[in-house]
Design a protein around this ligand. Structure first.
Ligand SMILES: Nc1nc2c(ncn2[C@@H]2O[C@H](COP(=O)(O)OP(=O)(O)OP(=O)(O)O)[C@@H](O)[C@H]2O)c(=O)[nH]1
Ligand SMILES: Nc1nc2c(ncn2[C@@H]2O[C@H](COP(=O)(O)OP(=O)(O)OP(=O)(O)O)[C@@H](O)[C@H]2O)c(=O)[nH]1
Ligand SMILES: [Mg+2]
Ligand SMILES: [Mg+2]
Lengths: 275, 303
């Protein structure tokens, strides 16, 4: 490199390789490169400032919507959604433990009435955490289990209710309709619920993450994300593409399979690890 | 929006009467974007584009030699599309969906499912058991060797019950022992195929990868299949390479292709390991396993 008015093709290719292999994607990479080129053209940047500038731009994309999950004083219902295998049930276990340690009275609702062993899995987590669980009959309608669970929660004095749902691919209309119904039923059971709708996203996910965020938000407006499996080698760069589309914060990251493997999302820390 | 890439590429040739270096370059740019949106690995995209460019330029030369510079009989767009499809199919390799089965005293045939957390191993183990039963007239035994994940054993047992296929389990047991004892039980009970479901694990988790190596050492699987989620991004190559380096894979199963993930990782994992994709998962039900067909997949990746 040298302080040219614009990055040359070879330099752009080098930058793109790093950005694309972090799953940052075409559109978000264009935005980062655009910011870089503007700085270079304005004579504000030299060769060795490429990466700090790109990181700064990535930080600003994420900072725009960043805020921690703040749970109010009263009853809070958190609806947890996402595609199959993302880490919803495990994340609910971790969140229940975190809220219990913070002095709340959590409860979990086994809204996945479909998958083999789903209720048993959440039961195991509830046992580990030491919190009540509400479940329905096998194959019961998920919305009715959620409704009765929310009614039972208020009676049981639970003030932090985590609703587990079955994994579903966003292209499956009947399953997305079911989710829309579950969200509505939350409000019928407890006015204003769900107070949070969290999309759980696997950090290994490529560009499909953007479609996931968009379509899930259409049936159950998202308030935040949890990015799981960041203890692996995948960078989770797809969230840069999501940020502009769905404009919600990343509340937590999952960094393992144990109950304590949940951390509040930190913008700078994440971007430093990204590229 | 994701489908624009390939259409843009073909659009370059509309109204054009011949392939030129310029329109080839322009079309390749559009393809490049489409492939990245499909999660194909960066280096694999580079190699693919280079191969297509070479073939397309070669086509120009061919035409000039054959027809003395007259126009193509097929439209340049069609010629270009065909080159892309052929190159992509070539990269995805020949059809190789066979499983290794052993007979009689060499048996039972052992199949081991491995992969990252949540990829679909347990569900696919059930599907595969049903598949070998129906398509290969086998008498499979499912083995619940995931002792870590809450209710993993229960999950496989529920699937086994639905399929009327036995499940070997030892809650709290040690996976290599479980696998070995399961094979012994299969021999005793006349099961000719043993399908081992293992716990999801990171390729970089040395302890758990050693556990896999131990299972392999004990029961010498005839088929080791890496289960990969269709929505996996660029890191697929690292995962595939690491699993393949530690325990020699026989092939892949790509799951969740019933969604709209393009599945470009399929190209990358084949390229980096040279191992074939044997099956694809198209749903959560036990009947949703299919043998992999490169031709249809090329369309999906190109978009
Ligand atoms: N390494 C790692 N594994 C995780 C993390 N979060 C979840 N997992 C694992 O991912 C797998 C899937 O997790 P689940 O909680 O069952 O995912 P889910 O979204 O509820 O899955 P479905 O209900 O089937 O859609 C399990 O093996 C978890 O232990 C994480 O942060 N890191
Ligand atoms: N739509 C769809 N869902 C699938 C497919 N294969 C598996 N699933 C779902 O993906 C989720 C994860 O599947 P599992 O079989 O639990 O995955 P796993 O690899 O065994 O997970 P771990 O044991 O935690 O590593 C479940 O909700 C399955 O029903 C598929 O081909 N299509
Ligand atoms: Mg779950
Ligand atoms: Mg499993």
């Amino acid at each position: 490199f040298s302080a040219k008015p614009k990055l040359d093709a070879a330099a752009i290719d080098q930058v793109e390789e790093v950005l694309f292999t972090s799953d940052i994607g075409v559109k978000a990479s264009e935005r980062l490169l655009g910011a870089l080129n503007r700085r270079v053209a304005a004579g504000e940047a030299t060769a060795d400032e490429v990466w700090p500038i790109l990181r700064e731009e990535a930080r600003s994309i994420l900072a725009a919507h960043h805020r921690p999950l703040v749970v109010g004083e009263g009853v809070t219902v958190i609806l947890v959604v996402g595609v199959n295998g993302a880490g919803k049930t495990t994340t609910i276990g971790k969140l229940a433990a975190r809220f219990k340690a913070a002095g709340r009275r959590p409860m979990v609702i086994a809204g996945d009435t479909f998958r083999a062993g789903a209720v048993g899995q959440l039961e195991e987590w509830a046992k580990r955490v030491g919190c009540p669980i509400h479940q329905g009959a096998e194959g019961a309608d998920p919305a009715s289990v959620v409704f009765s669970g929310l009614k039972a929660a208020t009676e049981a004095g639970a003030d932090l209710i985590l609703v587990d749902t079955a994994g579903r691919l966003q292209t499956k209309a009947p399953l997305m309709d079911e989710l829309r119904k579950i969200a509505k039923v939350c409000d019928r059971a407890i006015a204003g619920a769900p107070h949070e709708t969290v999309l759980v996203l696997d950090a290994n996910t490529g560009q499909n993450a953007i479609q996931q965020a968009k379509l899930f938000s259409e049936v159950a407006p998202l308030t935040g994300l949890v990015l799981t499996k960041l203890d692996g080698t995948a960078k989770g760069g797809a969230v840069l593409g999501i940020a502009d589309e769905v404009k919600v914060p990343i509340y937590f990251i999952g960094i393992g399979e144990a109950v304590e493997d949940l951390r509040a999302f930190e913008v700078s820390e994440f971007v430093e690890a990204l590229f | 929006a994701v489908r624009k890439g390939f259409k843009n590429a073909v659009h370059v040739f509309e109204g054009k009467r011949e392939l030129t270096e310029e329109n080839i370059e322009e079309a390749l740019k559009a393809i490049r974007l489409s492939l990245f949106e499909a999660d194909v690995n960066f280096q694999v995209v580079k190699r693919f584009l280079a191969a297509v460019k070479e073939k397309a330029l070669g086509e120009i030369v061919q035409i000039r030699i054959k027809d003395g510079g007259k126009t193509l009989r097929a439209s340049p767009g069609d010629v270009f599309i065909k080159i892309c499809h052929d190159e992509l199919e070539a990269l995805m390799g020949p059809v190789d969906t066979g499983l290794t089965f052993v007979q009689g005293r060499l048996g039972p045939t052992v199949i081991m499912m491995v992969g990252l957390q949540g990829a679909g191993k347990t569900t696919t183990a059930g599907k595969l058991a049903r598949f070998v039963e129906r398509h290969h007239q086998k008498k499979p035994l499912l083995v619940a060797a995931d002792v870590y994940r809450p209710a993993a054993i229960e999950q496989l047992q529920v699937l086994g019950k639905r399929l009327n296929i036995p499940v070997y389990a030892e809650p709290g047991g040690n996976p290599p022992d479980i696998a070995e004892r399961a094979v012994a039980q299969a021999k005793a009970d006349g099961n000719d195929v043993v399908i081992i479901d293992t716990a999801g694990r990171l390729a970089v988790d040395d302890l758990l990868m050693s556990e896999l190596e131990e299972i392999v050492a004990r029961v010498k699987p005839h088929n080791i299949l890496l289960v990969v989620d269709a929505m996996i991004g660029q890191d697929a190559v690292n995962t595939a390479k690491e699993f393949n380096d530690r325990i020699e894979l026989d092939g892949f199963i790509m799951t969740k292709l019933d969604g709209d993930a393009r599945g470009g990782a399929a190209l990358s994992i084949k390229e980096v390991t040279k191992k074939p994709i044997k099956f694809i998962g198209l749903g959560e039900g036990m009947e949703t396993l299919q043998e992999f067909q490169p031709a249809g997949f090329a369309d999906r990746i190109l978009g």
